[in-house]
Design a protein around this ligand. Structure first.
Ligand SMILES: [Mg+2]
Length: 277
């Protein structure tokens, strides 16, 4: 894969959930756990053109958090595809004084032309890519100048080999890499192999404590959980054969007996129309 360029990579922790309330408590916990970066959802449902009090609520969310953590924590902000073009520019303008680390999916990645315009509007780095699935999708991001950070998901975008190609292409545009990974240990260990060899990888998402998967520990399926241990906001690149993890097949069989049926929550606007989750 071209050789390892780093020994470890910075990781970030999710704070809060879809709804406001426990953001400050989970941010304090993240600092106690040694993290120096977090990500949070900034809005709930947002209509294509919404009321100013919704904007005020978003500002309040990041303002309160910034107040609590000062400069000890970088705060990435995820619009989560919930926001459309007319409100995205208003929201970005409103929250940028609180210095977000980056803004993720200011609009859905179907709207790359809008995203490129938003990127020109703000000095805050723009991130996207969890809903893009090939080097050809990412070619459009780069040629349109839609993002400063790409976030391919190895489980969706062709795995290690395709995401390495995507990252190499992005490097020639001076665009950073932060693979999307709110998933399990195999996906995370795969991301770390790509992070290890890509010069512009700077941070790795991971699912410890993520709000929609509270029951499962990230390392539950591993015989060697210590390889994915976080230390002062970093994780070492695993050095063992393969992905460097050993799977606990008993745990996998037990989980397979239950199976899973992931469905996005269904959100609706006040008028009954469907809202993006
Ligand atoms: Mg996201």
């Amino acid at each position: 894969m071209g050789g390892q360029v780093r020994d470890r990579i910075r990781v970030y922790a999710w704070v809060g959930g879809n709804r406001p309330g426990d953001i400050e408590a989970s941010a304090k916990r993240a600092i106690e756990d040694g993290f120096s970066a977090t990500k949070m959802n900034i809005t709930e449902e947002m209509q294509v053109v919404d009321q100013m009090r919704q904007v005020d609520a978003a500002v309040e969310r990041i303002a309160r958090l910034r107040d609590v953590v000062g400069n000890n924590l970088d705060i990435a902000v995820d619009f989560h595809g919930r926001v459309h073009a007319p409100m995205a520019k208003v929201l970005i303008e409103a929250i940028q004084p609180y210095r977000p680390f980056f803004i993720e999916e200011p609009v859905l990645s179907e709207h790359l032309e809008t995203m490129a315009a938003l990127r020109r509007q703000t000095h805050i780095p723009i991130a996207t890519g969890e809903r893009l699935f090939s080097r050809y999708d990412f070619k459009r991001v780069l040629t349109l100048g839609a993002a400063d950070i790409i976030q391919p998901d190895l489980s969706h975008a062709g795995g290690i080999s395709e995401c390495k190609r995507i990252a190499d292409m992005a490097e020639s545009w001076d665009v950073a890499l932060a693979p999307h990974c709110p998933l399990g240990p195999i996906a995370l260990a795969s991301c770390l192999q790509v992070d290890a060899v890509c010069q512009l990888a700077f941070i790795q998402e991971q699912s410890q404590g993520i709000h929609y998967n509270r029951e499962n520990d990230l390392t539950r399926y591993l015989m060697n959980p210590e390889v994915l241990r976080f230390d002062q906001g970093f994780v070492q690149i695993p050095q063992g054969p393969g992905l460097g993890i050993e799977i606990d097949e008993t745990q996998v069989r037990a989980a397979a007996a239950t199976g899973h049926r992931w469905r996005n929550p269904i959100w609706r606007h006040a008028d009954g129309s469907l809202a993006e989750w």
